[in-house]
Design a protein around this ligand. Sequence first.
Ligand SMILES: Nc1ncnc2c1ncn2[C@@H]1O[C@H](COP(=O)(O)OP(=O)(O)OP(=O)(O)O)[C@@H](O)[C@H]1O
Ligand SMILES: [Mg+2]
Length: 246
Amino acid sequence: MLELKNLSYHVPAEDGTELTILNNISLTIPDDKLVVFTGPNGGGKTTLAKVIMGLVRPTSGQILYNGTDITDLDITERARLGISYGFQQPPRFKGLKVRDLLCIASGNEKLPKDICCDYLAQVGLCANDYLEREVDSSLSGGEVKRIEIATILARKGNLMIFDEPEAGIDLWSFARLTETFGDLHAKHAATMIIISHQERIIGLADEIIVIANGAIRHRGTKDAILPLILADTLGNCTLGKECLIK
Ligand SMILES: Nc1ncnc2c1ncn2[C@@H]1O[C@H](COP(=O)(O)OP(=O)(O)OP(=O)(O)O)[C@@H](O)[C@H]1O
Ligand SMILES: [Mg+2]
């Protein structure tokens, strides 16, 4: 179980005041749930994911994972506990091949080709085309994204966080990926937090958390939340056409 208690994150603003990025977020996610974080751009979703992974240190608040306080643990220690995070914009690793990344992620330097192939197939990639490719700038954005997701699957953590897995991914691969998330969830393979704006992914969620202005704006099931998101979207701009005229 993941428990976030009164998490806040502030950064110094240019005018000398403080900018609030996360504002007193409290949230409990039971084991094996699939939770989707959604909400407007700049709302704080990625920051919250990075706080959970240990990439960003909260200004205040506490994070408990299976009852242990992990607030002061670094990313490596959290990874050892089974927490993994796929970046919104994944880094490239010049000099490392896709096979190397899968081996490192799985902790088995001799990971058999058929198992590598299975992880890549789950994100819609063919091992014959990709296993020996370097993870450098020769790969497209969507390819790097899918390879990173495959490494998270290979890591077999018990808390997987995916940051907009749909970003840059074509419709065919996206359908395959949605199926993969659905299968993992059906097998109770892990707790999953998926940051997404996609209705198909939102449709897989046990719970949807809408994050806006650094806080939880709504939470609930798809049926309860989708109408609220729609109402927010339509009602957001109070200026309407006047805004465009300016
Ligand atoms: N270190 C920082 N310094 C200043 N502003 C920051 C910092 N980190 C995050 N922000 C700001 O905090 C807000 C939340 O950013 P975050 O990346 O968490 O949003 P998001 O909900 O993931 O958005 P998106 O849907 O566009 O990915 C943004 O306005 C961002 O510019
Ligand atoms: Mg983001």
